[in-house]
Design a protein around this ligand. Sequence first.
Ligand code: BGC
Length: 266
Amino acid sequence: MGSNHYQTVIVTGASSGIGQGIAIAFGKQGANVVVNYYDDQEGAAFTLSEVVKGGGKGFIHQADVGKEQEVIEMFDKALREYKSIDVLINNAGIQKDSSFAEMTFDEWNKVIATNLSGQFLCAREAIKHFQEKEPGHAEGKAIGNIIFISSVHDIIPWAGHVNYASSKGAILMLMKSLALEMAPKKIRINGISPGAIATDINAEVWQDEEKKKELLKLIPYQRIGLPEDVAKVATWLASPDSDYITGTTIYVDGGMTLYPGFVDNG
Ligand code: BGC
């Protein structure tokens, strides 16, 4: 068991991929982890079993983060169970890719609802709770932490993925504006923007040798990331070790945001 900086953590979209990796990492630090999922109950149950194996506790909770009432109920349940929440990992995200002219309004709306409105709703419920905590509740450290899991596509344009890139670009300003509003209240708000991390969302690319080769051309560090690469940053960014950081995005991307084409060109 770790140093237990954070008693209770809510991780949205924790049934697979980056969310699962982050939930497990907090479990290893002895945290109570609320493992949120949308439709993959089996994945969520696996995440929870790993959390427990690592020395943590928690429960799985189904909720669509894009639905206000479901988000409110999830926070109510977490508070009934654990009395206090320390960290929100705003992670749940989806892709519905399409060329622009063919993109349906439904594909646009679904991605915005989960990736952007979902992060807004969860952040708002977390903030309401953080603000109710006694001032000085956590001497010398933040009262609460929110980490927005975004993407390199908050700054890298992505053809054929306009809904996704728009949602991620908006998260950047949501994160920064909220960080500014909350800093005087000792609530820290930051972002992590992962590059290509091997998860279900991009399995079609990294599982195909040809496509993987193409993808590696976009990653100067020459490897595809793992959920643990992001998880290690998330636990640190939510801990008092990073207490003076707020309103910042950490790119966990093997250099994808460095304009890789310029390595031997320009
Ligand atoms: C996307 C992945 C993609 C990566 C790098 C992520 O935000 O979800 O599908 O591989 O960005 O382009």
